[in-house]
Design a protein around this ligand. Structure first.
Ligand SMILES: [Fe+2]
Length: 156
């Protein structure tokens, strides 16, 4: 069912909808993984890591909303259901139980790195198809890369 008419051609819309849907799934999972580790981190750096993880949660939730609503604006139904996220996320397995702060920081750096690699592919794929969506994905990637820097620096 198409309720909203897209300004894009069918071919460009396919490219862009795949990029936005993929970004949505990665960002929802990043918010979940960051909360999981926020709750489970232990160690001497508990306080700073605990708080920084919530910065990532906020960032991921905000950007998930932005990319989902961009898809809707193009006439594509966004799918942020748990089952969809579980199947499609690019983030690897998150440690179970309490997580030592060094392991926690490393897990976030790895998760961010995985998402960033996929976001950069999406930036490349959407440039010609829809520069407006590409612009959103560039902004998302810039924020993720800033967090990636900080988590790497934490364990440097
Ligand atoms: Fe909290």
């Amino acid at each position: 069912m198409y309720v909203v008419k897209s300004p894009l051609s069918d071919e460009n819309l396919k490219t862009v909808s795949e990029a936005l849907q993929g970004a949505l799934v990665d960002l929802v999972d990043l918010s979940l993984v960051s909360k999981q580790i926020h709750w489970n981190v232990v160690g001497q750096r508990f306080r700073s890591v605990h708080l920084q993880l919530d910065e990532v949660v906020t960032l991921a939730r905000t950007h998930a909303d932005t990319v989902a609503e961009r898809a809707a604006a193009l006439g594509v139904s966004p799918d942020g259901r748990a089952a969809t996220v579980a199947v499609g996320s690019g983030i690897g397995v998150t440690p179970e139980g309490w997580v030592d702060d060094t392991v926690a920081v490393g897990a976030l750096a790895d998760a961010l790195g995985a998402v960033i690699a996929r976001m950069r592919e999406r930036v490349g794929a959407t440039g010609e198809a829809d520069p407006v969506s590409q612009d959103l994905l560039i902004a998302v990637t810039a924020d993720l890369e800033k967090q990636h820097w900080m988590f790497q620096a934490e364990n440097g």
